[in-house]
Ligand binder design. Structure first.
Ligand code: PLP
Length: 415
């Protein structure tokens, strides 16, 4: 198998669009395996944003001059493009731009959660939720008197679906589940969970921060009520995220932030709200970032999301197998296959994950070490931290080899 063509992506051609990948540290080429934290930005995205600043920069929805009209159209189009990308037939009205996944979750929690939850309600999370969900719903539950339940993760790193069926009851108001776990790599059965939630009259929120960048996602096929993700994990810019919501539900929700750009009529006594999605986007929004996100979606669709998924699965399987051969590496999450996304979290016996990441850095291999914002899950796994290698469209088998080879240095120094 060619080392440059993983799945059916032309990785060599792809890499040429990412100048940052040419960086070297002390003569050693960068191996960037921290994509679950943030992916890099290809030239077409950088170019689209630069071009916007060079030619159309202006504020949106508040000017009748030509530049403002151009900026407004670009900003609105970005909503439509994202809607199309994730299968939201309600188009821009169902797509709220936020700062990131975390803000999308907070928007839902403050707008819907604070107003709708009460002491008789339960919010069902999973033990593998990112802190963005877990902490947010914990706090909203405290303020509303609602309770929080967790669907257990079994020893294979998958959700215990029998336990899910026990947890989700007529008392459930919301199920909040991560689509692809950023720690275990598990791809969760979100459509099945959506059915379960709906059977009990509950809503489902899906955290798609690791899913939308790496696989085709159709929010309507899942029947998600709400779905969130971030631009910076999908070849797009930082500073922009998305909250998808079914139009009817977004219509019923109160704004989370107030100010200019989201109102219909303001008097000294009261105000009314503008149309979707603007009612949730007060103030000057991330306009250049929306242009960048639009370009990132174009870029990913051109690569083909099925091909991106195949590439992710193949590299994750290769990394999993190579690490598993080592004998002194503990890997977390399901075995390679359709139920594992493109990341591998692990620990090297006798070496703290932070020390490992630091040694990797000496080899110019960038990985993440820590709890990956899933502290309770790490407690359950019985470790304080893990190392995580995560892959994107530009990664190669050789880069996985570099990761595995650097383990020897760690053994010599620490084990
Ligand atoms: N959810 C998951 C599964 C994630 O992996 C992340 C980021 O690592 C987040 C939520 C939060 O994303 P952001 O930092 O862009 O808000």
């Amino acid at each position: 198998m060619s080392q440059q063509n993983v799945g059916s992506l032309d990785v060599e051609a792809i890499r040429a669009e990412y100048p940052i990948l040419e960086r070297e540290f002390d003569g050693t080429p960068l191996v960037y395996l921290d994509n679950a934290a943030t992916t890099h930005t290809p030239e077409p995205v950088v170019e689209a944003m630069s071009d916007y600043y060079r030619t159309s920069n202006s504020n949106v929805h508040r000017g009748i001059h030509q530049l403002s009209q151009e900026a407004s159209i670009a900003y609105e189009d970005a909503h439509d493009r994202v809607a199309d990308f994730i299968g939201a037939s309600g188009e821009r009205e169902e797509i709220v731009f936020t700062k990131n996944t975390t803000e999308s979750e907070n928007l839902l929690a403050y707008s819907w959660g604070l107003n709708e939850l009460g002491p008789d309600d339960e919010v069902v999370l999973t033990e593998m939720e990112h802190h963005a969900s877990l902490v947010t719903w914990q706090q909203i539950a405290k303020r509303t008197g609602a309770s929080v339940k967790y669907i257990e993760v079994d020893e294979t790193g998958r959700l215990d679906m029998e336990h899910a069926r026990e947890c989700i009851t007529d008392d459930t108001a919301l199920v909040s589940v991560v689509h692809v776990s950023n720690t275990l790599g598990t791809v969760n059965p979100v459509a099945e969970l959506a059915d379960l939630a709906h059977d009990h009259g509950a809503y489902i929120f899906v955290d798609g921060a690791q899913a939308v960048p790496t696989r085709p996602v159709d929010v309507e096929a899942i029947d998600a009520d709400f779905y969130a993700f971030s631009g910076h994990k999908m070849a797009g810019p930082t500073g922009i995220g998305v909250l998808y919501g079914k139009k009817k539900l977004l219509e019923e929700m109160e704004p989370y932030l107030y100010g200019g750009g989201m109102i219909r009529k303001v008097t000294f006594e009261d105000s009314t709200w503008g149309d979707l999605p603007w009612k949730f986007e007060p103030g000057t929004p991330p306009i250049a970032e929306a242009v960048g996100l639009h370009a990132a979606v174009d870029y990913l669709e051109e690569l083909g999301m099925e091909r991106v998924r195949a590439h992710e699965e193949e590299l994750a399987a290769y990394a999993y197998d190579r690490l598993a051969e080592e004998g002194d590496v503990e890997i977390y999450g399901p075995e390679p296959g359709a139920e594992r996304g493109g990341l591998v979290s692990f620990n090297l016996e006798g070496v703290h994950a932070h020390d490992l990441a630091s040694i990797m850095n000496d080899h110019a291999v960038a990985i993440r070490a820590g709890d990956h914002c899933t502290q309770p899950l790490h407690d359950k796994l019985g470790v304080a931290a893990s190392a995580r290698a995560s892959f994107y469209v530009y990664n190669t088998h050789e880069e996985v080899d570099a990761l595995v080879e650097a383990l020897d240095d760690a053994r010599q120094l620490f084990a």
